[in-house]
Design a protein around this ligand. Structure first.
Ligand code: PDD
Length: 285
């Protein structure tokens, strides 16, 4: 059985208990991260912890852990759960109160929970080995603070479920202006005439760490131009390629959007080049 971390102790998952009065349970009042680790090497540990600290500052959770404290928990969990392909799930809720009251109490200790789960091996840049996603589309009905990686994921869950029930792998989301925002658990991109285009960072999307690493690596490598700008859904359907990214999946080519093939249902060449660059550079973050 997997060993988890809870409030200072390492223990078997079945023995990990939290109070039903925990505000994470009652209100979804918390922040989380998922850090991928391959063969014991984490990808993007520092930016993941920075984003979690920013999220806690945004919602006023005062935990005050150093990067080294997080590193020690992550390294210990990797050591205790095998050094395979792991997603490290890190979760900080505001803590357990004695009553259910919306205002945030000042005097409670945050709950810190972390566990690992198996993720697929790191994707390889090979068209014959990657599965192209089919994705649904849905009107983005989440809250207006999607830049915060909140544990309150019901909006995302319902959007994912919408696509899942249609037999697709993800759901692309669009705002009131018919502009692409992101996917229910991934960032989203189009490729047009060799240019990689992705919506800009604002309150409508999560600042994905995979997105950060990918754009940085593409800009440094220099052969594939990158634009961060508004993308309309017309552009999505007219794109040469569509991709989604997330920590446990890296860069995933999309071959069908809302039942309509992209690039005649074939994996694109720009995806191949981008995943090659990502695979080569990701461990530098
Ligand atoms: N999902 N957008 C949303 C809404 C997400 O939930 C995620 C990640 C991303 C991609 O972020 P990153 O590249 O940092 O993983 C974008 C995680 C993995 C999850 O909820 O399981």
């Amino acid at each position: 059985m997997s060993i988890v971390y809870l409030n200072g102790s390492y223990l078997p998952m079945a023995e990990a208990k939290i109070s039903p009065m925990d505000r994470g349970f009652l209100f979804g009042d918390g922040i989380y991260e998922v850090v991928p680790s391959y063969g014991g090497e984490m990808v993007g540990f520092l930016p993941h912890i920075d984003r979690m600290n920013n999220g806690m500052a945004d919602i006023g959770i005062k935990l005050g852990w150093s990067h080294d404290q997080w590193k020690s928990v992550c390294d210990t969990l990797i050591e205790k759960n095998g050094t395979g392909n792991l997603g490290l799930y890190l979760h900080v809720s505001r803590g357990a109160d004695t009553k259910r009251f919306h205002a945030c109490p000042e005097d409670i200790e945050p709950t810190v929970f972390a566990f690992t789960y198996d993720i697929p091996p790191a994707p390889v840049a090979d068209k014959s080995k990657v599965m192209g996603y089919k994705v649904a589309i849905d009107h983005d009905l989440r809250w207006k603070r999607c830049h915060i990686k909140s544990t309150a994921l019901l909006g995302n869950v319902l959007h994912f479920q919408h696509g899942y029930e249609q037999g697709t792998n993800e759901t692309l989301l669009y705002n009131d202006k018919n502009e692409l925002t992101e996917a229910s658990a991934c960032n989203a991109y189009i490729v047009k005439d060799g240019v990689v285009i992705t919506p800009p960072l604002d309150n409508q999307i999560l600042a994905g760490i995979t997105r950060h690493i990918l754009l940085d690596l593409l800009r440094k490598e220099g052969s594939i131009p990158v634009e961060e700008r508004v993308v309309t859904m017309e552009e999505v359907f007219d794109a040469d390629e569509v991709w989604v990214t997330s920590s446990s999946k890296e860069v995933v080519p999309v071959i069908e959007v809302d039942g309509k093939p992209i690039n005649h249902g074939k994996i694109g060449d720009v995806w191949l080049a981008a995943q090659t660059i990502y695979s080569a550079g990701k461990l530098n973050y």
